[in-house]
Design a protein around this ligand. Structure first.
Ligand code: NAD
Length: 378
């Protein structure tokens, strides 16, 4: 990481994309293999080569090195320009203390180490598979196309926590929710930049009728957009209403952004209405620049390790493939290649080649066949 300026041009012209591959557990390694095949083929068309290091994470890290995020894995990530992450966890490690469990002990330290404060999660459901959504098809005749941006390193999840005994002997606990204006502005900037590349429409979600942090959030966001992005249409919505509106008419949003805990909940609601977890990708980025002057980021599917289908060649690889496309766009400046991969996934799925999760009981293909079909459609 670090070098910028002229070094950027030099390294980009060499066209070697250096990243860490952390397949993880369950379906992670299967969908990762599939995604790497597509990534290689897509990059080759543009003369780009891949230089990646595979490292253990999650349960695989615990089994091999005694830690969900082994030191050698963190080192491999530090030497890379981005991280392509699979998914972690499973029944084998569920009895460990919560702080040592694969997801918490791998993802949180990675977010912290690389200051990944913004999670960008596209909520994309093609009209052809609108039936995969639990929403009535007449509510989403054109599918769903929105983006959720969640603040990832602040708020109540990272505030002071304590449990104590009251003078009357009763036990009490508290978690502090805290935000600074700079934290609010930097996530607002991510939302604004995302909206500038789409419909120039942003909804900021808070609970300003109750929470002090939300009052500051709303005031800061309003001033930030008025000063820096007057061309964007900005609205505000309370989080309880946002939860209802997402289920009622998701496409009324274009880009919405919110603080950490609200985003945790709303992004999962969005995942459900968008059909299968097997189709949803995400990017976590911060302000750290990689060695080619782009944003360092971690890219992963929205779903987990799916132990129920692991090892059966049933997992949908599209979420992992689309996460790789996000990596090309945000960490390597390869927007054209990213678009080609996204178009190939759309063509494949809409052309009827589908894994079981999006086949509605019809004919389905396996993980590898699906990836090969995407590769052929590049
Ligand atoms: P999950 O997301 O793994 O699975 C939920 C359902 O979605 C399952 O029926 C699964 O088969 C299906 N699914 C998920 N991805 C799919 C894909 N690519 N193709 C087809 N179907 C898919 O959630 P869970 O079952 O609650 O969690 C399983 C494990 O994953 C747990 O240990 C949990 O902690 C972990 N987890 C990890 C992450 C992460 O690595 N970021 C995220 C969520 C859950």
């Amino acid at each position: 990481m670090a070098a910028v300026g002229l070094a950027v041009l030099h390294i980009i012209s060499m066209a070697t994309l250096k990243f860490a591959v952390l397949p993880g557990d369950g379906i992670g390694p299967e969908v990762m293999d599939a995604a790497l095949g597509v990534l290689k083929a897509a990059c080759k068309k543009h003369g780009d080569e891949l230089d990646y290091t595979v490292a253990a994470v999650g349960g695989a890290g615990i089994d091999k090195f005694g830690k969900a995020l082994p030191d050698c894995t963190l080192e491999a990530c530090k030497k890379a320009d981005a991280i392509l992450f699979g998914s972690v966890g499973g029944p084998k490690w569920e009895k460990l203390p919560p702080a040592e469990q694969p997801e918490r002990a791998a993802l949180l330290p990675l977010r912290k180490a690389f200051k990944l404060f913004a999670n960008i999660r596209p909520g994309l459901l093609y009209a052809d598979i609108a039936g995969a959504s639990p929403l009535k098809s007449e509510r989403i005749p054109n599918g769903i196309d929105i983006v959720c941006i969640r603040e990832l390193t602040g708020g109540i999840y990272f505030g002071e926590k304590k449990t104590w005994t009251q003078p009357d002997g009763e036990i009490a606990a508290c978690d502090v929710m805290q935000y600074r204006t700079s934290e609010i502005c930097r996530i607002a900037e991510v939302a604004a930049k995302t909206a500038m590349a789409r419909g120039k429409k942003v909804c900021s979600i808070d609970k300003a009728n109750v929470l002090e942090t939300s009052v500051l959030w709303r005031k800061t966001v309003t001033e930030f957009f008025a000063k820096n992005y007057p061309e964007i249409s900005l609205s505000h919505m309370y989080v309880d209403n946002a939860a209802m509106q997402l289920a009622r008419d998701p496409n009324q949003f274009d880009v919405f952004f919110t603080e950490n805990m609200f985003g945790d909940i709303l992004s999962d609601e969005m995942a459900v209405i968008c059909g299968s977890l097997g189709m949803l990708c995400s990017a976590s980025i911060g302000d750290i620049k990689n060695s080619i002057g782009q944003k360092f980021g971690l890219y992963e599917p929205a779903g987990g390790s799916a132990p129920d289908i692991a090892g059966t060649n049933k997992a949908n690889p599209c979420a992992q493939i689309l996460s790789a496309a996000l990596m090309l766009r945000h960490s390597f400046g390869r927007d054209e290649t990213a678009r080609e991969i996204e178009a190939a996934v759309r063509k494949t799925v809409c052309g009827g080649v589908r894994t079981a999760d999006i086949a509605f009981g019809g004919e389905s293909v396996g993980t590898l066949e699906m990836a090969k079909a995407v590769e052929a459609n590049l």
